[in-house]
Design a protein around this ligand. Structure first.
Ligand SMILES: [Fe+2]
Ligand SMILES: [Fe+2]
Length: 380
C-alpha cells in the first residue's frame, strides 16, 4: 500500500510568534536601570504598564509628554508608547491589546490548550504574521491530510524556544514515532548578536541542550546521522548539517567527512531501494530566483556542498530534502537524486508563494509522485 511522506521546513516557532526572536522586544529590555523613574499604571495578568514620572534629560517640553512601557512577568520591557498626557487611556488600551496578543500566542499556553482551527484563523485575522499561529495553521493542514510520515528539515524554532508547541500540535505523529526532524541553524547556532537581546541569548551548547529533549521525544538520536525505515522499501537518512562557520553571523553549514562515511556504512547495511536524505542546508542552489540573476547567498551555503552531492550520487539516493533558503524548488539532475527544497511552512517562500509542503507518495520501491500541498485555506 502506498505511503505518503510530508516534507515541510522552517517553522520558526518562537516565544510569542515573533520572527527572529525578540526583534520586537530587543534593545529595550534594560529593566533595573532607572526603575525609580517609573510608576505603575495598570496590571494585566502579571504584566505591568508603567508611566515615566521623571525625565532624566530635559531635552524637550515634558509637561505634556507621556511615555509608557509594558513589563512582562519576567520584568522585561515588551513595548513602549509615547504621546501626550491626554492620550493616556488610548495608549494604555493599546498596550493592553499587546498584552492580550502576547498572552494568546505564547508557545506554552498554546501548547497546553491548542486552539481549534477556527480560533487560529480568527486570531490570524488580528495578527496575520504571527509564526506560532501560522505554525498551528500548518500543523492542522498536515494533520488533516494525514500523511504516514512528517519530516521537518530544520529551523523548527526561531531561537531554540517553542518545542513544546511543535510536539503538542504534531502529537498525532509524535505518539506513533512518525515525526522526523533534523536541526537547523536557528535551532542550534548561537543566538545572533544585535538581534536577540542579551538576557535571551543562548550559545550553541545551550541550544543543543534544548534540542536534545526534543529529539528524544521524537525517538531520534540527539546528534549524528540516523536512519528510519519508512516502509514500501524506503528509508530516510538524516544528516545534521549544522556545523557553524568561524565567520560571525554566518548561517552556513557543513557535513563532516566522518558523518558521511558513517552514513554510507549505515545505508549500505540497510539496503532498501528508496533512499531519501534529509538535511537543513541546501545541496544544490535554487535554479533561479529571478531569471538571469544569481540568488543572494551570503552566509547561507553548505560549505562542502560538492562533497555532499557526490555522496548522495555515489550512494544512489532517490531524493534529498532540505529547507533553510525559504525557497520551494525541485531540481533533478540526470543520474542524481531529486533535490527537494521546502519553503518556510510559516513565513512562506521568498518568491512570494504562500506556504506549502511537499507530499511524496512512495509505492513498490519507488517515489511515485511529488506534489505541492498548501498550508492554509485553499482559497489563499
Ligand atoms: Fe529558516
Ligand atoms: Fe536556516
Amino acid at each position: 500500500m502506498a505511503l505518503v511522506l510530508a516534507h515541510l521546513s522552517d517553522l520558526h516557532v518562537s516565544r510569542y510568534g515573533e520572527h527572529v526572536t525578540s526583534l520586537r522586544t530587543s534593545l529595550r529590555s534594560k529593566q533595573g536601570k532607572g526603575d525609580e523613574d517609573w510608576e505603575p499604571v495598570r496590571e494585566i495578568d502579571g504584566w505591568l504598564i508603567q508611566k515615566r514620572n521623571k525625565w532624566r534629560w530635559r531635552l524637550r517640553d515634558t509637561d505634556d509628554a507621556l511615555e509608557l512601557r509594558l513589563l512582562d512577568d519576567e520584568g522585561y520591557v515588551q513595548a513602549r508608547r509615547k504621546g501626550r498626557r491626554a492620550d493616556l487611556s488610548a495608549l494604555c488600551s493599546d498596550l493592553e491589546q499587546v498584552t492580550t496578543e502576547r498572552h494568546l500566542t505564547h508557545h506554552t499556553p498554546l501548547a497546553r490548550n491548542l486552539p481549534p482551527p477556527e480560533k487560529v484563523e480568527a486570531l490570524l485575522e488580528e495578527d496575520p504574521t504571527n509564526t506560532n499561529l501560522l505554525f498551528l495553521r500548518a500543523a492542522y493542514a498536515v494533520t488533516a491530510a494525514a500523511p504516514d510520515w512528517t519530516a521537518i528539515s530544520g529551523d523548527i524554532t526561531d531561537d531554540g524556544i517553542g518545542y513544546d508547541l511543535v510536539l503538542a500540535a504534531f502529537a498525532r505523529f509524535v505518539d506513533r514515532g512518525r515525526l522526523l526532524a533534523v536541526p537547523g541553524n536557528h535551532d542550534v547556532y548561537d543566538s545572533p548578536l544585535l538581534v536577540v537581546p542579551s538576557h535571551q541569548r543562548k550559545d550553541s551548547k545551550k541550544k543543543r541542550a534544548l534540542w536534545g529533549p526534543f529529539a528524544r521525544e521524537l525517538g531520534l538520536p540527539e546528534s549524528g546521522p540516523w536512519l528510519r525505515e519508512l516502509g514500501e522499501g524506503a528509508v530516510l537518512a538524516a544528516i545534521d548539517s549544522c556545523t557553524p562557520a568561524w565567520t560571525p553571523l554566518s548561517a552556513s553549514g557543513e557535513v563532516s567527512r566522518e558523518t558521511l562515511e558513517a552514513l554510507g556504512r549505515m545505508v549500505e547495511q540497510c539496503d532498501l531501494p528508496v533512499r531519501i536524505g534529509m538535511l537543513h542546508h541546501h545541496v544544490v542552489n535554487p535554479p533561479f530566483l529571478h531569471v538571469g540573476r544569481a540568488p543572494w547567498q551570503l552566509g547561507m551555503r553548505l560549505r562542502n556542498a560538492r562533497e555532499v552531492y557526490d555522496f548522495f550520487v555515489a550512494n544512489r539516493f532517490a531524493a534529498v530534502l532540505n529547507g533553510h533558503r525559504h525557497l520551494g524548488y525541485r531540481y533533478h539532475p540526470p543520474w542524481a537524486p531529486l533535490f527537494l527544497s521546502a519553503p518556510s511552512a510559516t513565513l512562506g517562500d521568498r518568491t512570494g508563494i504562500r506556504p506549502f509542503y511537499w507530499s511524496l507518495t512512495l509505492d513498490h520501491g519507488e517515489i511515485q509522485s511529488v506534489r505541492e500541498r498548501r498550508l492554509g485555506p485553499e482559497d489563499r
